[in-house]
Write a protein that binds this ligand. Structure first.
Ligand SMILES: [Zn+2]
Length: 257
């Protein structure tokens, strides 16, 4: 994509370095890009919110992938939108394959940012990677679009520092699908399956709230797809040495769902 080339040129001009290995140059060097995971896997949180549809992710939220998510989201390293969109596209593809392929068109729905967060950050990172993932699926011949069907109500707190129960309570009823968005969807695609998209799955409470809001207006949600999932506490795939920086402290420090 031209946009990726331009973003990459900007990285060089601005004296950037790879978020994975710190080598000077692009925000993600070819060597680090080449070893990114390429298959989505089920990413059930423990405990999983009741009724959550199958969640998928391509990576543990650690190492290069974590650095990519944070740099894109908080430091506006927009050239990472392309690689993150590719990871999300793989997660979506694995989620849809796990259903034996839904019949009919698919709409990718990003979880909405908190009001004000987009203004503060200057961009909407989850929408950006969701739109790219839909573009990649279309390029592969699939009937997939991305639509911002959800809005976040005012009054939702930043999730940082909240435990799983407080997060779920904070989010309950916090999202809705405006009537105009629903009409637009029905006009374009009367019978669709939806995939809720996010950057990181932690407790699953954000994805579950998005699913609830979409189902409450009669829509069919078939999967959740994320780039990464916070490793389970005590999981053998947990990347952090014990006592250094466990999944809960990542969650508290960064406020993912
Ligand atoms: Zn690198």
């Amino acid at each position: 994509m031209l946009r990726d080339v331009l973003d990459g040129s900007l990285d060089l001009l601005l004296g950037g370095s790879c978020v994975g290995c710190a080598r000077p140059g692009r925000a993600l060097c070819e060597a680090c890009a080449a070893i990114l995971p390429d298959v989505g896997r089920p990413a059930w949180p423990t405990p999983a919110p009741a009724g959550l549809v199958a969640p998928w992710a391509v990576a543990a939220y650690a190492g290069t992938v974590r650095a990519m998510v944070l740099a894109h989201k908080e430091r506006r390293m927009l050239s990472l939108g392309g690689p993150l969109g590719r990871l999300l596209a793989r997660s979506v593809a694995s989620g849809l394959a796990g259903l034996d392929g839904p019949d009919g068109p698919v709409v990718l729905v990003p979880v909405p940012s908190r009001p004000g967060a987009v203004r503060t950050r200057g961009h909407d990172p989850t929408w950006s990677m969701t739109a790219r993932a839909a573009g990649l699926a279309r390029a592969a011949g699939q009937d997939v679009v991305a639509m911002r069907l959800l809005r976040s109500r005012a009054g939702v707190l930043d999730q940082a520092g909240l435990d799983a129960g407080a997060r779920a309570a904070n989010l309950a009823g916090s999202m809705h699908c405006p009537a105009a968005s629903l009409r637009r969807l029905r006009g374009r695609r009367p019978r669709v399956h939806l995939v809720v998209c996010d950057d990181v799955i932690t407790t699953g409470s954000t994805a579950r709230e998005a699913q609830r809001a979409l189902e409450s207006v009669g829509l069919s949600v078939v999967a959740v797809a994320a780039v990464a999932a916070t490793p389970r506490r005590g999981s053998p795939t947990r990347p952090d040495p014990p006592g250094v920086l466990g999944p809960r402290s990542l969650l508290n420090a960064e406020g993912f769902d």
